[in-house]
Design a binder for this molecule. Structure first.
Ligand SMILES: [Fe+2]
Length: 308
């Protein structure tokens, strides 16, 4: 079984401005940035996020949605909302600039997803099974439908003293081979990943709604690929013997003020512990990929009776 490698990204790597980091990422590496590489919010703003927002969270995460410039998951007065929105907007700009340097092939083609702040301690959070971050999974619908694009996430630990700890239990191709049949995606059936007339119509209507000022419309979009990934996500979380199989686990520790970048549709992950993380999400279309044959879409398509 293949496992993720932990790749430290240095200034030399960023200065090369080639596709080498994208290749490592697309093969399932975790790209790690030491503290100081990313420009963080000011100390006052970090303190505000850590101290104020834990008691104001109203959903799983507090999220800023750059495409519509709005917040979700927070119950607060206008001043608190405004400050939160400004901090997350500025953080999104800083993170995007760094990721564009690391992955120049993706810049311009990707879809901006949301920016989360996760103020609560992940260990023992007792979320519902399919929402839990403590169970190993690959991401699906991390920021709406991807239509076969890759889910790229950039994490930053802003806890002043506590590391964020992950465990992984391998990469998508091996998990697909082992669990795909049970999840109903190996094979996917005669239609494969092809989007139906209904799928096209739904996506078209939702994009039109987004263009006329309803940015939330994109969050309810779907596609055969995204539904297949959701079945993989749920199947892994529902399998107790998989979740308890320590022989599969590799642990990764992310120290305070470090950042890391992962294709979370490829790298299985669970958060063992940690509090106060910022998470940026993008969808990278298949046309922008350096190794499209490594994408989960290609892995599923190769095992489906029908293609696009
Ligand atoms: Fe996840």
């Amino acid at each position: 079984m293949q496992a993720s490698r932990f790749t430290h990204v240095h200034e030399d790597d960023l200065a090369r401005a080639d596709n080498s980091l994208a290749e490592r990422l697309e093969r399932g590496d975790i790209l790690f940035f030491e503290p100081g590489v990313l420009t963080l919010p000011s100390d006052d703003d970090l303190e505000f996020l850590r101290v104020e927002l834990g008691r104001l969270i109203s959903l799983k995460n507090i999220s800023y949605h750059p495409h519509g410039d709005y917040l979700s998951g927070i119950k607060a007065d206008a001043a608190t909302r405004g400050r939160t929105q400004r901090i997350l907007r500025e953080h999104n700009a800083a993170a995007t600039a760094l990721v564009e340097r690391a992955l120049p092939a993706y810049a311009g083609g990707w879809n901006l997803g949301k920016v989360n702040f996760r103020p609560l301690q992940e260990r023992g959070r007792e979320l519902s099974r399919h929402s839990s971050n403590e169970l190993v999974h690959v991401d699906a619908f991390a920021s709406g439908a991807t239509h076969g694009g890759r889910t790229l996430r950039f994490f930053t630990n802003i806890h002043p003293t506590e590391s964020r700890v992950w465990k992984s239990a391998g990469l998508f191709p091996d998990l697909f081979e082992e669990f795909g049949r049970r999840a109903g995606v190996l094979p996917l059936g005669t239609r494969g990943l092809r989007e139906s007339a209904l799928d096209h119509a739904r996506t078209g209507v939702l994009r039109a709604l987004e263009r006329v000022g309803i940015p939330q419309a994109r969050t309810v979009d779907s596609s055969p690929y995204d539904r297949a990934m959701k079945r993989m996500h749920d199947t892994l979380k529902d399998d107790d013997s998989f979740q308890k199989d320590e022989s599969r686990w590799a642990f990764f520790e992310f120290k305070p003020f470090s950042s890391w970048m992962v294709l979370t549709d490829m790298v299985s992950h669970a958060c063992v512990s940690g509090q106060h993380a910022l998470v940026n999400t993008w969808t990278v279309p298949r046309e922008s990929l350096t190794l499209p044959e490594c994408a989960p879409y290609a892995v599923i398509e190769a095992n489906s009776a029908g293609g696009r």
